[in-house]
Unconditional design. Sequence first.
Lengths: 112, 114
Amino acid sequence: SAVISQKPSRDICQRGTSLTIQCQVDSQVTMMFWYRQQPGQSLTLIATANQGSEATYESGFVIDKFPISRPNLTFSTLTVSNMSPEDSSIYLCSVVLGNEQYFGPGTRLTVT
Amino acid sequence: AQSVAQPEDQVNVAEGNPLTVKCTYSVSGNPYLFWYVQYPNRGLQFLLKYITGDNLVKGSYGFEAEFNKSQTSFHLKKPSALVSDSALYFCAVKGSSNTGKLIFGQGTTLQVKP
C-alpha cells in the first residue's frame, strides 16, 4: 500500500494570491495525480505528473493556473495561482501502486 | 467516452438492514471499477475494486460489490448496515490499469439510522 501525506491540510487564502500544496508518498511511483473536489461535487482529475517531464493537464485545466512540479519519485507540488473564490475546493494527490489507486487526505482550500 | 452514474443522491437505511448503493458505468473495453468512501473532513478511502475474475468482489468493512457486465452495473452492497457506515460513497471507473485517471460518479450519501 501507499501512504500519502499532504501539506497544508487546509488554508484560507485571499483572492489573487497563490498557494502551493505539497504531496509526499512513502513509495517511489512513476505517476502522481492531482484531483479537485469542488464543494458538493465529485472528483475531477486536474493533471498527471511524471517525474522528469512536464505535467499533462486535463481539459479545462491549464499550466498557468495550476503549475505542477515533480522533482523526484516521491514528491510533487501543485500551485493554485491567482486564486478566486471559485477555486475553493479540496485538492487531492493520488498515486497508482499495483492495481490500486491511493489518495491523500486532501487540502481544503477556501478563497475569500 | 467513459462515464459513471450513481442514480441516487442519498440512500437511507435502518441499522441492521441490507444496503445497496447503485452504480452503472460506460467504458469501451474491459472496465476497471472501484468504490471509495469519504467520511466528513477525511480523505478518500479505498473500499474495493473489480479488475477481472469473480463477479462478486469483497472489500473492506464488510462491503461487497457485484459486477454485472450485461447491465453495466457495479452496485455496492452490505448485508447488515451500521450507523458508522454513514458517509459519502463514490463509484469510479478507468479504462486501463496503468492510468491514474479515474472517472468518478457524483457520489451517494448513505445515511444509516439507528
